[in-house]
Design a protein around this ligand. Structure first.
Ligand code: NAD
Ligand code: IPM
Ligand code: MN
Length: 369
């Protein structure tokens, strides 16, 4: 078979730091599991702005369209915060999602056993937690028209963004949630603000109709987004799959990450629709950003990026066994008491990004022996 084509986009801040450790795992897979990847690396975000004057070059988008999968780090930083929305680092990830048609962002929040004590919530509240957040990623208020800042006749200004969802946009992402639920606990909680927003009301009606027509075997509940945020902290284990729009999904997944111990633990997959030949665009990234406050210090947790690579193996290449191997290696390293600062606990050894990466490689060696 042809080598698997990967486009690797480390980005800014801690992006390149955590990606370096994953590159070593990819080399390990090549050496020890004979999985050959053709890897192209490119600039995105602030790094691309500095080198080329744009957060993502058209050539990079073209490479992403050609690749079997994209592994993305993180973008952004204070240096570029005064740029317009057509130039900012964040545009790199937004363009990739939009132009590759990556509408379904899967954000699993699972509490790994060794990290039960790392959560700011009580162990008995989070132990065994396993939630899948399905966040719509190419629509909603991130992309709706009109948008902009207008100057009114009296000289005051008006900032405008518009939440828009069409029935096909809602149906295709709801389908992803229902299909995932069938392989899990068969429960979907759909989250919006149908009490105040038309786009939310249409979301609720459309999800219910699709459920009744095709997924009646899955238990469907609806919840307002504000209540969902509260319920995630009160009793997170009531959830199996959470289905929601772009903005609420962004907020709720950062919130859910703290149930697992740290934002530095949560991976994600963003998937498009398969074409007639079964080929599907896909991008994998941690849900965290470039973490400017710790960038350059070598202390970032590389596990969200590692686990994103595991998701890549699972969803793009159907390599469940290899995905599990990486996930198990990460759990074992944590169980052995090695911790980056964000998940540090009494009695554990505090290590930096690189030592954590090396420990994962050692575990992989042991598991594959
Ligand atoms: P952030 O996710 O970068 O950081 C939030 C907090 O979590 C910080 O205290 C940070 O140190 C910590 N953190 C994040 N990842 C960590 C890790 N792996 N290990 C340990 N600690 C970690 O969010 P922010 O500070 O609001 O945003 C910083 C920049 O990143 C902004 O420019 C923002 O737009 C961008 N951003 C990019 C992405 C992306 O590229 N997909 C995602 C989120 C934010
Ligand atoms: C994320 C990030 C992005 C988002 C930003 C950087 C555009 O916060 O992936 O969660 O809001 O989708
Ligand atoms: Mn986010």
């Amino acid at each position: 078979a042809a080598n698997k084509k990967l486009l690797v986009l480390p980005g800014d801040g801690i992006g390149p730091e955590v990606m370096r450790e994953v590159r070593r795992v990819i080399d390990w897979m090549d050496r020890r599991r004979h999985v050959a990847f053709d890897i192209t690396e490119d600039l995105v975000g602030g790094a691309a702005i500095d080198a080329r004057g744009t957060p993502i070059a058209d050539a990079t988008i073209a490479r992403a369209l050609e690749a079997d999968a994209v592994l993305f780090g993180a973008v952004g930083g204070a240096k570029w915060d005064s740029l317009g929305f057509d130039k900012r680092p964040e545009l790199a990830i937004l363009r990739l999602r939009k132009e590759l048609g990556l509408f379904a962002n899967l954000r699993p929040a699972t509490v790994l056993d060794p990290l039960v004590d790392a959560s700011t919530l009580k162990p008995e509240v989070v132990r065994g937690l396993d939630i899948m957040i399905v966040r719509e990623a190419t629509g909603g208020i991130y992309f709706g028209d009109p948008r902009g800042i207008e100057i009114l006749p009296d000289g005051t200004k008006k900032g405008i963004n518009t939440e828009v969802y069409t029935t096909p946009e809602i149906e295709r992402v709801a389908r992803v949630a229902f299909e995932l639920a069938r392989k899990r606990q068969r429960r979907v909680c759909s989250v919006e603000k149908a009490n105040v927003m038309e786009s939310g009301l249409l979301w609720r009606q459309t999800v219910q109709a699709l459920h009744d027509a095709e997924y009646a075997d899955v238990e469907l509940a609806h919840m307002y987004a504000d209540n969902c945020a509260m319920q995630l902290v009160r009793n997170p284990r009531q959830f199996d799959v959470i289905l929601t729009g772009n903005l609420f999904g962004d907020l709720l997944s950062d919130l859910a990450s703290m149930l697992t111990g740290s934002l530095g633990m949560l991976p994600s997959a963003t998937l498009g629709l398969a074409d007639a030949s079964g080929r599907r665009h896909a991008l994998y990234e941690p849900i965290h950003g470039s973490a400017p406050d710790i960038a350059g210090k070598g202390v970032a947790n590389p596990l969200a990026q590692m686990l994103s690579f595991a998701m890549l193996l699972r969803y793009s290449f159907d390599m469940e066994e290899d995905a599990k191997l990486i996930e198990r290696a990460c759990v074992n390293v944590l169980a052995n008491g090695l911790r980056t600062a964000d998940v540090m606990a009494p009695g554990c050894a505090k290590v930096g990004t690189q030592v954590m990466g090396e420990a994962v490689l050692r575990e992989l060696d042991k598991l594959a022996a």
